[in-house]
Design a protein around this ligand. Structure first.
Ligand SMILES: *[C@@H]1O[C@H](CO)[C@@H](O)[C@H](O)[C@H]1NC(C)=O
Ligand SMILES: *[C@@H]1O[C@H](CO)[C@@H](O)[C@H](O)[C@H]1NC(C)=O
Ligand SMILES: *[C@@H]1O[C@H](CO)[C@@H](O)[C@H](O)[C@H]1NC(C)=O
Ligand SMILES: *[C@@H]1O[C@H](CO)[C@@H](O)[C@H](O)[C@H]1NC(C)=O
Ligand SMILES: *[C@@H]1O[C@H](CO)[C@@H](O)[C@H](O)[C@H]1NC(C)=O
Length: 716
């Protein structure tokens, strides 16, 4: 099919296109060996190209050219092997165009195919250091690519068998294409000689392989799926924050790449789609800089969440399934449909919705003026919600929260807390298999998100957001008070100093840690709140020190003074103490410290090659900083007791400043999703992918929140 549609000269988008208003091209090159990342957008499409090439002394990698597109969360992965060398030894890189000097140019071939959508994408020059074979092309959804690339090596015959190889339009070239299950869309990857190199050779067989000589080839990757309206950096930021564009070109370009009229995307390239938790945490942390009003970033993000609610039970969608992957999942069920769907397995995501609605619709002028138009909007994204108003959908979520929080409000037992759903091993942000250590009852959800969600429902009810729910105007706060005051103790772990020293020394051996044990820093009981209750092997509490304290700091103004002071004391201690006693290292706060678990399996399950192990997540640093700020700012407002306790208040301020020193020292890492470390005379940042098949996203939405979260000075 590709061969029959002539590759007429690609229309290069020049710097400005009058017809489209502001159509400037934005580019970003981000190097994180063995990954070279190139991000490109113009007004027609946006693309992220990643070239993976082995680096000497590095981990074994699969040489790969990957193109990821936000629209339809789609992409192409082309895996290469050297014709003669050892598997994995092929070096490849992009060459700059001798004409433009750029590595990539956008392509717009105009309307094509049965759907008449523009065929768009990118073109560039790829160089092979030695003769190369393209052994495996995967074309369609980024999910399909991840199922293969993230250790699973899963390939779907229905998808792979539809990949076809044909000679190129230009002699010496070749094209690979695949028609999607929607019978409308096609993805193409074409290669042509660029200069004096061997012609691309199609190697027949049941596998679709191409042979390239040593040298440089032109590649063009295109697809004709409907494109989404991207928000330019100017459009994604509010008018007061436009200066950020010149001050932080990388982060604002990245934010724009992830921001579209109808949704914001969690990260690139792996999570180039809607995620509820990521969207709402990002809006909350960046609300002061994002564009407001109809068509702005905040409303687009909140609308995306509401559109995807399960209206029957009010559950907020965790991850959407769209594009070719949606069609494929439908096919598995015998349904010939492209209808999108949602994953509803998370138990934390619901609570963010009333919080983010309160934050925008009650606390900003722009939001306040938009309440009725917004709430009366009729949903259209999911077939099952079509015609239902945003008000009804948001109310369904509030109903669910009120209903499920009622039992604990009347009787404070572990059983009445919120647990992961039956049959699911994950349910909140630590959603890897070892993230919660098998725990069923997560700390962040129960001690922070439930009460904060209830407080928000109370305020929204008093502002008449809900129909026929006058009772919530007081009831939600009554519930909230119980959840706020009575949950923390269930998670508390107190370890006497002597025992703590033994555990840390033992951990240093178990983990083979080259860093000092720092046990001289243990001067009293070690106190923290465990990650979850009901862990593996009948453990009542998963004894991992962690950064999830940031949820309570950021989302609540607790009023039990004894409890608040004690909580802030342990937060500050754990931030200030060096790992493995506390959470602090030169590369940031580790989201988990398993040193007090007391067994080899704790050391193994939360190591530096685990997604939620002894690693640093940027957004946790942002929320911790914003959370400490919220509590310290109360000293100028409702003055909780800790404000008058000089020793404690100063300790909290030093924890805040220490955290900011770590944030400032790691600016180079901050916009990424997660990073790991090696120890060599101190902790040094290492890309997470150096230790794991899971590549971290080079740019993650909620890691861009440092555009808005800044160090506050003047605390005394
Ligand atoms: C392409 O150009 C950039 C910026 O000028 C330069 O840093 C890079 O090394 C060039 N790439 C190659 C392969 O020459
Ligand atoms: C690759 O070839 C296509 C088709 O001839 C052309 O439009 C495009 O500009 C070329 N790309 C580069 C980077 O030279
Ligand atoms: C929506 O919730 C209802 C009630 O819990 C459930 O039966 C249904 O399967 C859910 N829908 C989806 C698509 O998960
Ligand atoms: C560590 O992971 C293994 C395998 O999932 C599990 O059996 C074990 O109980 C875990 N240990 C802890 C302390 O969570
Ligand atoms: C405050 O919290 C502490 C510690 O959890 C508890 O002992 C105390 O009874 C609480 N005070 C009130 C007034 O609820």
């Amino acid at each position: 099919m590709a061969a029959r549609w002539p590759l007429i000269a690609a229309l290069m988008c020049s710097a400005t296109l009058a017809a489209d208003g502001d159509c400037s091209i934005s580019r970003l090159h981000l190097s994180e060996p063995p990954y070279e990342n190139y991000i490109l957008s113009d007004c027609h499409s946006s693309s992220h190209v990643i070239v993976t090439s082995p680096v000497s002394g590095g981990r074994e990698v699969d040489p790969r050219l990957l193109i990821a597109w936000p629209s339809g969360s789609s992409g192409i992965a082309a895996y290469f092997e050297p014709e003669n060398g050892v598997k994995g030894s092929l070096g490849l890189h992009l060459e700059n165009s001798s004409i433009s000097g750029n590595a990539l140019e956008p392509v717009n071939l105009g309307s094509t195919g049965p759907n008449n959508n523009p065929r768009v994408g990118v073109t560039g020059l790829i160089h092979f250091d030695s003769p190369a074979i393209l052994t495996l092309p995967i074309m369609g959804s980024t999910r399909t690519i991840r199922d293969y690339s993230e250790g699973g090596r899963i390939l779907q015959p229905e998808i792979q068998n539809a990949v076809a190889v044909v000679p190129g339009d230009i002699a010496g070239g070749a094209a690979i294409y695949r028609d999607w299950l929607d019978k409308q869309t096609t993805t193409w990857l074409t290669f042509a000689q660029a200069g004096d190199v061997d012609a691309v050779k199609i190697i027949p067989g049941d596998k679709y392989t191409l042979r390239f000589g040593k040298g440089t080839y032109n590649f063009t990757a295109t697809f004709n799926y409907p494109q989404m309206g991207q928000l330019s950096p100017q459009q994604v930021l509010n008018s007061a924050s436009q200066d950020l564009i010149s001050q932080n070109p990388d982060q604002t370009t990245s934010l724009s790449f992830l921001s579209y009229k109808n949704k914001i995307l969690a990260g690139t390239w792996r999570f180039l789609t809607y995620f509820g938790r990521d969207s709402m945490i990002s809006v909350l942390l960046m609300r002061s800089i994002l564009s407001e009003g109809e068509g702005g970033a905040i409303e687009g993000a909140i609308a995306a969440v509401i559109e995807r609610i399960n209206k029957t039970d009010g559950t907020v969608c965790h991850e959407e399934v769209i594009g070719d992957y949606a069609a494929w999942l439908n096919h598995q069920k015998g349904i010939d449909s492209t209808a999108p769907s949602c994953d509803y397995k998370m138990v934390d995501t619901d609570y963010f919705l009333p919080i983010v609605m309160q934050d925008y619709f009650l606390d900003t002028d722009a939001g306040e003026s938009r309440v009725s138009d917004f709430l009366n909007t009729k949903a259209s994204f999911l077939q099952e919600n079509a015609g239902t108003s945003y008000r009804q959908l948001a109310q369904a979520t509030a109903e669910k929260i009120m209903k499920t929080s009622a039992p604990f409000a009347s009787s404070q037992t572990v059983e009445n807390l919120i647990h992961l759903n039956n049959g699911e091993s994950v349910g909140e942000w630590r959603d890897s298999s070892n993230g919660l250590g098998g725990g069923r009852t997560p700390y962040d959800v129960n001690t922070a998100l439930v009460p904060a969600g209830l407080r928000a429902i109370g305020r929204l009810a008093r502002a008449d957001f809900f129909e026929g729910r006058d009772d919530w105007k007081t009831l939600a706060d009554e519930y909230a008070q119980v959840w706020e005051d009575k949950t923390l103790d269930f998670f508390k772990v107190t370890i006497p100093a002597n025992e703590a020293r033994d555990l840390v020394n033992q951990y240093v051996k178990q983990a083979g840690l080259a860093a000092p044990s720092s046990t001289e820093k243990i001067t009293g009981d070690i106190v923290f709140h465990g990650l979850a209750l009901n862990g593996d092997n009948n453990q009542p509490i998963v004894r991992v020190m962690n950064t999830d304290d940031c949820f309570r700091l950021y989302f609540l103004d607790p009023t039990n003074q004894t409890q608040l002071s004690a909580f802030l004391d342990q937060v500050a201690n754990n931030i200030l103490a060096p790992f493995p006693v506390g959470l602090s290292t030169e590369v940031g706060l580790f989201v988990a410290n398993p040193a007090y678990g007391g067994s080899q399996s704790y050391a193994d399950n939360w190591s530096n090659n685990q997604y939620h192990g002894t690693v640093v997540w940027s957004w946790q640093l942002a929320m911790m900083a914003a959370g400490l700020e919220r509590q310290l700012d109360r000293c100028g407002r409702d003055k909780p007791d800790f404000c008058n306790d000089d020793t404690l208040r100063k300790k909290v301020i030093s924890a805040y400043n220490h955290l900011w020193d770590l944030i400032d020292a790691n600016r180079a890492e901050l916009s990424g999703e997660v990073w790991s470390w090696k120890y060599d005379n101190g902790f040094q940042a290492v890309p997470f992918s150096a230790y794991s098949d899971t590549e971290s996203d080079i740019r993650q939405l909620w890691s861009l929140t440092f555009l808005a979260v800044k160090r506050k000075t003047g605390y005394t």
